[in-house]
Design a protein around this ligand. Structure first.
Ligand SMILES: [Zn+2]
Length: 108
């Protein structure tokens, strides 16, 4: 059986097996998203303010976690990766791309 995995290390390591998003809020917020897939590139996206993620641990016990804003955005970003979607595909419009150098944040 195929498994989908998200590994995060926030305060401690967490492995989310077969995560799925639920209870996506209708309220959205905008942010400059970044990604290890393109480290110096930022994309302005819209994400749900809050969500619930349901997942299993390595012992196949089900868990859920309610998240808002930064954590909600991170979970949506990572679930997108599992679906093969990169943040660039979520760009709000053609001006939603910026380059971040070590000295400056350059918006269009
Ligand atoms: Zn990413």
């Amino acid at each position: 059986m195929l498994k989908r995995l998200i590994y995060m290390h926030i305060d401690s390591p967490v492995l989310l097996v077969n995560p799925r998003l639920e209870n996506l809020s209708t309220e959205m917020f905008e942010l400059w998203d970044d990604c290890f897939s393109f480290p110096h590139f930022l994309v302005k996206v819209r994400r749900h303010n809050s969500c619930r993620i349901v997942f299993r641990d390595l012992d196949w016990r089900e868990h859920s976690l309610d998240a808002s804003f930064t954590m909600s955005e991170l979970l949506q970003h990572e679930c997108d990766h599992l679906d093969g979607i990169l943040a660039v595909e979520r760009a709000i419009d053609g001006r939603s791309f910026a380059y971040r150098s070590e000295r400056a944040f350059v918006e269009p």
